[in-house]
Design a protein around this ligand. Structure first.
Ligand code: AMP
Length: 198
């Protein structure tokens, strides 16, 4: 199974993806983690991404897409993959379609985490990550609205989107996310994916 999580910084995508990936035996493919790791290892792509990461800006597609393609090519991703924070632009969504088509596997679900901005600022203040300054949070929310929200429409047109209320205790949100995915998976064309379990 392949699932995409869409949501602004601080919406709880990271927490929920770890849980969902563990519960369903999926690889957790977080582009934020992949980028931070590439940077920590001093890889060229990581170093090229550094100034965007520090500014809270989206890293250009030309850097992000090859990193995702590399990770997605790993054998463990055959059992299924949860994309956390990818795609974030329409260009990335199209690139993901290409990766999936090359593999001959479908995308079963896109989940958008819906949360008011005031709640996000409260959560990000608590998280205290070095790229979570007021200024970068504003920048990321602006970029999110401009580039990422159209993605929800992209998946909605294909009948793949569920919007989930991301306010509440992690258990509650997890139950909503799980229900949304089960609902979408029950509608997915069965013949398209031989690895899909009943
Ligand atoms: P995250 O860990 O998802 O909050 O991402 C942290 C930072 O990594 C973001 O602020 C971006 O600078 C960068 N990033 C993560 N995923 C992407 C992506 N799909 N496209 C571009 N930049 C990304």
């Amino acid at each position: 199974m392949r699932i995409v999580f869409i949501g602004p910084p601080g919406a709880g995508k990271g927490t929920q993806s770890l849980r969902l990936a563990a519960a369903r035996g999926l690889v957790h493919l977080s582009t934020g983690d992949v980028l931070r790791l590439a940077r920590a290892r001093g890889e060229a792509a990581g170093l090229a991404a550094a100034r965007f990461l520090d500014a809270g800006e989206l890293v250009p597609d030309e850097i992000v897409v090859p990193l995702v393609a590399d990770r997605f090519a790993d054998d463990d991703c055959r059992r299924g993959c949860l994309f956390d924070g990818f795609p974030r632009t329409l260009g990335q969504a199209e690139a993901l379609d290409g990766l999936l088509a090359d593999r001959g596997v479908p995308l079963e679900a896109a989940v958008e985490f819906v949360i008011p901005h005031e709640e996000l600022f409260l959560r990000l203040a608590k998280r205290g990550r070095s790229d979570d300054t007021d200024e970068t949070v504003h920048a990321r929310l602006r970029e999110y609205a401009r580039l990422t929200v159209p993605l929800a429409d992209y998946y909605e047109r294909r009948g793949l989107l569920r919007r989930v209320d991301a306010v509440g205790a992690p258990d509650e949100v997890f139950a909503r996310v799980s229900a949304a995915i089960d609902d979408l998976a029950s509608r997915a064309p069965r013949s398209a994916d031989p690895s899909r379990t009943p």
